[in-house]
Design a protein around this ligand. Structure first.
Ligand SMILES: [Zn+2]
Length: 400
């Protein structure tokens, strides 16, 4: 590995607040061979007053040490408290799940709004916003795309109803059921199974609820799929659940290909927009390694290609088309052995076209000590990674 071969994600919050903290950060980068600082910025350009100055100071000081600063954005996922803070306030710009529920109406966990990469306003706005950031922060070497993917999760709740008594009407399979917390956050689930031992006396057994967070089944995306694949979808208007079931059962490969094509096309448009501002501006992305991520912690196997099928991330194609300059797969929550195997696969997919910085996460609940860290670094190098990308400075700064 070359010197300064690593990268780090940085959240400004309580880091890099002044010249002294910036110098400490850059010293830390040099000790850890970190040559790329990827700092989180808001895609909508609404930053705290001090941010432009802090980023300018950081970029200037970093440049003097030959360290690049890249601006990271949450590309398709917006986490906001209310709709008036959204980048685009039109319901049609937001993804619709396999049940027909839009994230605009029911944001994930109450605040997660997922933009539809197929919508014309999204396709126009995101590249323009990325270009604007590059103009607003001239010290940046490029833009780093986080959440350049569909949201995806198959959520399942199994409730022991043995002692539930007369707790709720008589739930029946197929019906929706709504959970609501005290702060008004509502989530719709669907009853998969409702089993009772006795109706009288009321002795339950179990209730199984599920919600399929798979996207996007809006009418425009369904029409787009038909044009893209040449496959006609048998449609009953309004019955998204049947349509999504039919698509996922009958044409999973074509559906995955179509969705990935929309994400790839958005990455290409962002690339072009950046080039129009500055020819040498770099574009990079954080990508997942598996769906669901964190599967090893649940004792579940890795599903090859699931990052492509579920998140729509055919990132090796982004590299092949010259859209990205490097990738940082978020290879989190894995033992060193599995980590090495996953990195090897990613190196094969990158096929030497772009550097791969294997992402490594350290948190209070998933801690990594010095010795383990060295093992991960060794494994990443042996697997062919160009370096590692540390998530994130605040949690790694004590170690290096
Ligand atoms: Zn859609």
């Amino acid at each position: 590995m070359k010197s300064l071969h690593n990268a780090v994600w940085l959240y400004l919050g309580s880091e890099a607040r002044n010249a002294e903290e910036i110098a400490a950060l850059l010293d830390w980068c040099e000790r850890g061979s970190v040559g790329k600082i990827i700092v989180y910025l808001s895609l909508d350009g609404r930053h705290a007053e001090t941010v432009p100055e802090r980023v300018a100071l950081l970029a200037e000081a970093a440049a003097s040490r030959n360290i690049e600063v890249h601006g990271m954005v949450s590309t398709l996922h917006q986490r906001v408290g209310s709709r008036d803070q959204l980048l685009l306030n039109d319901k049609a710009c937001y993804c619709v799940d396999a049940h027909g529920i839009s994230t605009y109406d029911e944001p994930i966990c109450g605040h997660g709004y997922v933009l539809d990469p197929g919508h014309p306003d999204v396709k126009a706005t995101i590249p323009a916003k990325c270009a604007e950031l590059l103009r607003q922060f001239p010290g940046l070497s490029g833009i780093h795309l986080d959440f350049i993917r569909y949201y995806h999760y198959d959520s399942r709740l199994e409730i022991d109803t043995k002692s539930a008594g007369h707790w709720i009407g008589l739930p029946k399979a197929g019906q929706p059921i709504r959970l609501e917390t005290a702060d008004g956050v509502r989530t719709t689930y669907f009853i998969d199974e409702a089993r009772n031992a006795y109706n009288d006396p009321p002795i339950g057994d179990k209730l199984v609820l599920s919600r399929s967070y798979r996207y996007c089944f809006c009418d425009d995306c369904l029409n787009g799929f038909e044009r893209h694949s040449g496959i006609a979808i048998p449609r009953t208007p309004g019955d998204t659940a049947s349509i999504s079931r039919w698509l996922l059962d009958r044409h999973p490969a074509e559906w995955a290909e179509y969705r990935a094509s929309l994400i790839t096309s958005l990455v290409g448009s962002i690339r072009q927009a950046l080039r129009d501002v500055r020819a040498d501006a770099k574009l990079s992305a954080a990508v997942w390694y598996n769906a669901p991520y964190g599967n090893e912690l649940r004792g579940e196997p890795f599903l090859p290609e699931s990052e492509y099928e579920c998140f729509g991330q055919k990132w090796w194609e982004w590299a092949e088309r010259g859209y990205v300059d490097f990738v940082c797969p978020m290879d989190y929550w894995m033992k060193p052995g599995s980590f090495a195997g996953i990195v090897e696969g990613q190196i094969r997919k990158a096929a030497g076209r772009v550097p791969v910085y294997a992402g490594l996460l350290k948190t209070a609940e998933y801690d990594i000590g010095q010795e383990q860290f060295e093992e991960y670094v060794r494994r990443a190098g042996d697997s062919g990674a160009d370096g590692i990308c540390l998530f994130h400075y605040g949690s790694w700064k004590q170690l290096l």
